[in-house]
Design a protein around this ligand. Structure first.
Ligand code: HEM
Length: 209
C-alpha cells in the first residue's frame, strides 16, 4: 500500500485558506455591486459591498504576492513548471479519464507522487488561474480603485472610456475565477474519500487511493 505524502507545506495551507475566504467574500460583494437592488435580500447594501470588496481586494493582492514569492523561493514552485513537449496530450489523457475512465473504475493515468502532486489538467488550470487570471484581476482592481489614472478614451470613441473597458475585463476575469472555484471544489471531492483532499489542505498530508 502507498504511503501518505506530505504535499501541502504550512505556508501553502495558510495562503490557500486566506485566498479561499477572500475569494468567497469578493464573489459575494462583487455580485452585490453588480446587481445592487434592495429587493435582493441575499445581497449586501451597496456602500458596505464597495468597502468590503476594496478591503478584500487589497488583502488578496498582498496574499497573492506571498504566493508568488513562496513559489519562487520554496520547492513548491517546481510543481507549477511545465515540460511543453507532449504536455497537451497528457492533458487530453487526463480529460478522457475524468470523462470516461473514472466511471469505469480505471486507475488514474497520472497518480500523485512527491515529484508531481498535480495531474496535467490540474497543473494547467492552476497555472492559468494563478499566473494569468490573478495578475489581470488584481491589476484591473487596483486601477478601478484609482480611476483618475484612466481618463482616456478607447478605440477612438468618445463614449467608451478606458475605465469602462478595464471594468469589463475585471468583471469577465472575476467570473472566470468564480467558475474555476466551483469546478475546483468539485474536483477536490474526487480524492480517496469525498473529504480527504479537504483534510489534506488542513493537515498537509495527502492520502493515496
Ligand atoms: C472554498 C473554496 C476552496 C476550497 C474548498 C478549495 C480546496 C482545495 C483543496 C482541497 C486543495 C488540495 C487538492 C489539490 O491540490 O487540488 C486545493 C488546492 C489548490 N487550490 Fe483550492 N480551494 C478553494 C478555493 C480556491 C481558490 C479561490 C483558488 C484560486 C483562485 C484556489 C487555488 C488552489 C491552488 C492553486 C491549489 C494548489 C496549491 C498547491 O499545492 O500549490 N483554491 N484547494
Amino acid at each position: 500500500m502507498s504511503e501518505k505524502l506530505y504535499l501541502y507545506p504550512q505556508w501553502v495551507r495558510v495562503w490557500h485558506g486566506l485566498n479561499a475566504i477572500l475569494c468567497l467574500v469578493l464573489l459575494l460583494t462583487g455580485l452585490s455591486l453588480q446587481y445592487s437592488d434592495e429587493s435582493y435580500i441575499f445581497l449586501l447594501r451597496f456602500d458596505i459591498a464597495v468597502n468590503l470588496h476594496s478591503i478584500c481586494g487589497v488583502l488578496l493582492s498582498i496574499n497573492y504576492f506571498f504566493f508568488i514569492i513562496g513559489n519562487w523561493i520554496r520547492p513548491n514552485g517546481r510543481y507549477y513548471r511545465v515540460q511543453f513537449k507532449g504536455f497537451l496530450s497528457t492533458v487530453v489523457k487526463q480529460m478522457k479519464y475524468y470523462a470516461f475512465g473514472m466511471f469505469k473504475g480505471e486507475p488514474a493515468p497520472f497518480p500523485i507522487t512527491k515529484e508531481s502532486k498535480f495531474n496535467p489538467l490540474q497543473k494547467l488550470s492552476y497555472i492559468i488561474i494563478m499566473y494569468l487570471m490573478f495578475p489581470i484581476v488584481t491589476l484591473t482592481g487596483w486601477i478601478l480603485m484609482y480611476p483618475d489614472f484612466m481618463r482616456t478614451e478607447v478605440f477612438g470613441s468618445e463614449n467608451i472610456h478606458a475605465i469602462q473597458f478595464v471594468d469589463l475585463i475585471h468583471l469577465i476575469v472575476g467570473y472566470i475565477i468564480s467558475l474555476f472555484m466551483i469546478i475546483h471544489i468539485y474536483f477536490c471531492t474526487l480524492g480517496k474519500t469525498a473529504l480527504s483532499n479537504f483534510k489534506s489542505m488542513i493537515n498537509g498530508w495527502h492520502e493515496p487511493h
